[in-house]
Design a protein around this ligand. Structure first.
Ligand code: GLN
Length: 278
């Protein structure tokens, strides 16, 4: 069977996926270790039996709903490659928006940034590659995820980021930062999306929060008042219907210049505020 024949047949069999063609191309690229351009240019190449067997296994996993990123163990974010595992959330394009906004707000002078619940390390690593003059501290409560994030930093040549095991602010004692960023869990436990698509395979602890998804956001905002320098910025990713609630939480905690930014689909996604200690 040739590359092209396999692609056609695999795309048809992935009819429940939102992106059957792309999924099939990624799996073929992963197994053959070839770029998409190569696969297209040499689409008449015959697959070996070993390749076909592997493709068959991966295709079955995808048909059962497992995210492509968990099958390949890789996900691209901010044009960088990240190792992922079922102990972490798969980095999303929406979170690239958080990185983009954070870089705009980040002071133009060397300063320290804190990332809470870093997972794969995506936010910290992306920001650290852009701002090598700044020092990044990333906190993660899952030991497995923490090791993954450390590896991701190493493979992306980042040496201005430090990874700490801990639950939100607990391991930070009295440390203060110029910016705090976070993509915390913010989905309500009754949200029907949790039983659909890729999220079914992701860790619940990274997705779901009490109090209609707002419990961790509240903890982060309250704690930020003790861990931000005067005029430091707090940026939090949240659900598309949580903008108003999150702005209220920021304002109740004395944050100024509170504003919600939208993601690439035009939905409320990131709320920003500046800390001012009265
Ligand atoms: N945006 C993700 C989703 O909707 C959730 C990420 C998160 O909970 N931090 O699947």
């Amino acid at each position: 069977m040739t590359y092209l024949e396999w692609l056609k047949q695999a795309s048809l069999s992935l009819n429940e996926s939102e992106s059957p063609k792309r999924d099939a191309e990624i799996l073929l690229g992963f197994v053959t270790n070839k770029t998409r351009t190569f696969l297209m240019a040499f689409c008449e190449t015959e697959l070996t039996q070993q390749e076909l067997d592997l493709l068959d296994t991966y295709l079955k996993r995808r048909q059962e709903g497992e995210p492509i990123a968990y099958i390949t163990g890789m996900k691209e974010f901010w044009s960088l490659k990240f190792q992922v595992s079922p102990s972490t959330l798969i980095p999303r394009p929406d979170t690239e928006k958080l990185v983009e906004i954070a870089l705009e707000y980040l002071p133009k002078v060397p300063c320290e940034v804190l990332d809470l619940g870093t997972g794969t390390g995506a936010i910290t690593i992306a920001m650290a590659t852009e701002r090598q003059d700044c020092l990044f501290t990333a906190v993660e409560k899952s030991e497995q995820a923490l090791h993954l994030a450390q590896n991701n930093a190493k493979h992306n040549g980042v040496n201005n980021a430090y990874f700490l095991l801990g639950n939100w602010y607990k391991s930070l004692k009295g440390r203060k930062f110029s910016m705090i960023v976070s993509n915390p869990p913010y989905i309500d436990e009754n949200d029907i999306h949790l039983s659909q698509g890729d999220v079914r395979f992701e860790p619940r602890s990274a997705l779901v929060a009490d109090d209609q998804g707002l419990a961790d956001i509240k903890l982060i905002v309250e704690g930020a008042t003790k861990h931000l320098n005067q005029y430091g910025w707090l940026l939090i990713e949240h659900g598309w219907q949580q903008g108003e609630d999150v702005r209220t939480i920021f304002k109740q905690n004395n944050f100024q210049l509170v504003e919600t930014h939208t993601d690439y689909s035009g939905n409320d996604r990131v709320t920003v505020g500046r800390w001012f200690k009265p």
